[in-house]
Design a protein around this ligand. Structure first.
Ligand SMILES: Cc1cc2nc3c(=O)[nH]c(=O)nc-3n(C[C@H](O)[C@H](O)[C@H](O)COP(=O)(O)OP(=O)(O)OC[C@H]3O[C@@H](n4cnc5c(N)ncnc54)[C@H](O)[C@@H]3O)c2cc1C
Ligand SMILES: Cc1ncc(C[n+]2csc(CCOP(=O)(O)OP(=O)(O)O)c2C)c(N)n1
Ligand SMILES: [Mg+2]
Length: 582
């Protein structure tokens, strides 16, 4: 029996090494579903509850494995649901292939049911975007889609009219010679040129107070970063997606930067005379050295990113690890060690403050206690996924990275709701590793149906839901950035532990900080999937390492304008500040 267009699609995906497709069926993709059913031993179909999750999963699969992530959705609404997760992949530079269905090929754009032009809808999100015109078009278009997603680290989209999916592959146009394209992916050595390396070394060797800012492009360059840090006597500051580039117990790192970063990182960037950027497009320009303050060198695999946010004198276009290895023998030891030592002293104080914030036994429980107790217990192979919200602050500061772990979230899109799908994708990709989500109650409720997916596939994921019954991040932003009383942020409480049990998983609740460690121990050692709801103080603010006068003034203004619960908020902040001073 001749192969259908859908069979050819699945064959081609298999040739590209695809092992998993995340998706949800529909009448616009039944042909593809049938091909997946027949080849289920070759490619695993993970059936999700919402297509947005499928796209987040494909993105996370790519983030955590370095391989192509694939998601599948039906025509119209199914495809539309994918979009947010696909933008996550686009903005965080992850290779993802999205496959969608369409109406019958000869009825497209004639006001059919679900007649949405997904090719137009996906135009902005994709680096490759095509519609399959017949079975003979499948192999070459799919080869190009996979190759383009991997080459440009972005989203490729294939839209497939429903009748075409079942067509057999006999007929081809005269020019379309069979098997004229290949599933080969050629890798570049990704190395900078000699002249740029010399210029970069000159700048770095002239520096005395040097800082390194490393991001997700340096995740595989941890050892090289530490060697450079030792030679240049330079603290390593980490952009959030580069959190796992260097473990937090390394004496060379000052942790994160930005509103949820550390004070020593901020001081390092404010005081350095030279900056080495490695694999980062850290977005907050106000945290970079002031114009004229520091000379800078940047390593990035994408030449278009060189000089994006910092006026660098030398740009090294290449892979971080390989480029640093070339640079290392050209660097001379910086004998002025004080800058690094000062950062190390400041980090001792920072950790003392973090430990204090995380060991408060008062009730309601402080969110920092949950993050700290969780972080301590995570194994060295843990993969930790977080959501957007105040939880990102606790994740950044209180969940310390151990060597070997992976940590991520929706970075540049900063979407809510990715945490649970990311954790599921991590567990699918690495069945033997500890996969943990650290999410807010707002983000979790958006896609919490996926907990049933984890139960269905017996994935032993652990999801810590930080329950403050509010969209905490926005509440604080309304007050601190604009000086307005909070509005529209309250969440009606849900019993997440009961929800987890209703799905067939385990549910735990932590309310008393004294019990936090014990309950986390129990939950982490549960065999199957579990939700741990941690009921926390909704008035605990995610304070920046240094509060500006403007932020303080706005905050006072919002209290004066009558923000709800202003007494509790003022008292919580006051006691936090006192704790920092004593
Ligand atoms: C609620 C919330 C708050 C946030 N607050 C902060 C904050 O305070 N601080 C913070 O840092 N982030 C914060 N973020 C995340 C922030 O928005 C950015 O996503 C993040 O800072 C970007 O990190 P990055 O520079 O490592 O990654 P990217 O922006 O993705 O940059 C990575 C760079 O590395 C390059 N690259 C990729 N691979 C390689 C390679 N092999 N070799 C060399 N180069 C390579 C890419 O071309 C790219 O330029 C927050 C996110 C959320 C959700
Ligand atoms: C899809 C999406 N919608 C809205 C936002 C804006 N936003 C950012 S954080 C946040 C609140 C998150 O609330 P929750 O998950 O409860 O975490 P918390 O801040 O309370 O820790 C909102 C609404 C967003 N980033 N993404
Ligand atoms: Mg919340």
């Amino acid at each position: 029996m001749a192969k259908t267009a859908s069979d050819l699609l699945i064959d081609t995906l298999r040739d590209w090494g695809v092992e998993v497709v995340f998706g949800l069926p529909g009448d616009g993709i039944n042909g593809i579903m049938e091909a997946l059913r027949q080849q289920q031993d070759e490619i695993r179909f993970i059936h999700v509850r919402h297509e947005e999750s499928a796209a987040f999963m494909a993105c996370a699969y790519a983030k955590y494995t370095g391989r192509l992530g694939v998601c599948l959705a039906t025509s119209g609404p199914g495809g539309i649901h994918l979009l947010n997760g696909l933008y996550d992949a686009k903005l965080d530079g992850q290779p993802v292939l999205a496959i969608t269905g369409n109406a019958f090929h000869d009825l497209i754009d004639t006001h059919q049911q679900q007649d949405v032009d997904l090719n137009r809808a996906f135009d902005d999100v994709s680096v490759y975007n095509t519609r399959i015109m017949g079975a003979a078009h499948v192999e070459n278009a799919t080869n190009l889609a996979c190759r383009t997603a991997l080459s440009y680290r972005g989203v490729a989209h294939i839209n497939f009219p429903v009748d075409t999916q079942e067509k057999e592959g006999g007929e081809r146009s005269a020019r379309n010679v069979a098997r004229h394209s290949a599933e080969v992916f050629g890798r570049s050595a990704r190395l900078p040129c000699e002249e740029d390396l010399r210029r970069a070394a000159e700048v770095l060797n002239a520096g005395e107070e040097i800082a390194i800012l490393a991001g997700q492009g340096a995740l595989d360059a941890g050892d090289e970063l530490v060697r450079v840090a030792e030679i240049l006597s330079a603290p390593i500051v980490k952009a959030l997606l580069g959190k796992a580039a260097v473990p937090d117990d390394s004496p060379y790192t000052t942790g994160g930067i930005g509103l949820l970063g550390t004070k020593p990182s901020q001081e390092a960037l404010e005081e350095c005379d030279t900056l080495l950027l490695v694999g980062t497009s850290f977005p907050y320009i106000e945290f970079y050295p002031k114009p004229g303050q520091a000379r800078a060198v940047q390593i990035d695999v994408d030449p278009a990113r060189i000089g994006l946010r910092c006026p660098v004198e030398a740009g090294l276009v290449g892979d971080s690890a390989r480029t640093l290895r070339l640079l290392l023998p050209m660097l001379k030891r910086n004998e002025k060690r004080r800058f690094l030592e000062k950062a190390q002293d400041a980090m001792r104080d920072w950790w003392k403050l973090m430990r204090e914030q995380s060991s408060r036994m008062e009730k309601p429980m402080k969110p920092q206690v949950v993050a700290w107790e969780l972080g301590k217990r995570l194994s060295e192979d843990a993969i930790v996924s977080c959501d957007s919200g105040t939880i990102a602050t606790w994740f950044a500061r209180q969940i310390l990275v151990k060597r070997g772990q992976k940590h991520s979230l929706s970075g540049n899109l900063a979407s809510m709701a990715n945490g649970l799908p990311y954790t599921i994708a991590a567990q699918i990709a690495f069945p033997g590793r500890q996969c943990v989500g650290f999410v807010g109650d707002g983000g979790f409720t958006m896609l919490m149906g996926e907990f049933a997916t984890a139960v269905k596939y017996k994935l032993p994921i652990k999801i810590v839901v930080v329950k403050n019954n509010t969209l905490g991040q926005i509440k604080w932003e309304q007050m601190v950035f604009l000086g307005n009383p909070e509005y529209g942020c309250d969440l009606n409480p849900i019993d997440f532990a009961a929800f987890a049990r209703a799905c067939g998983g385990a549910g735990f609740t932590i309310e008393d900080p004294e019990d936090c460690g014990t309950i986390l121990d129990q939950a982490l050692s549960t065999r199957g999937p579990a939700v741990i709801e941690a009921v926390v103080d909704p008035f605990e603010p995610p304070m920046p390492a240094r509060v500006t006068a403007r932020q303080a003034a706005h905050f006072a203004e919002s209290l004066a304008k009558g923000t709800p619960n202003r007494k509790e908020i003022a008292l919580t902040i006051l006691s936090d500040k006192v704790r920092e001073l004593v």
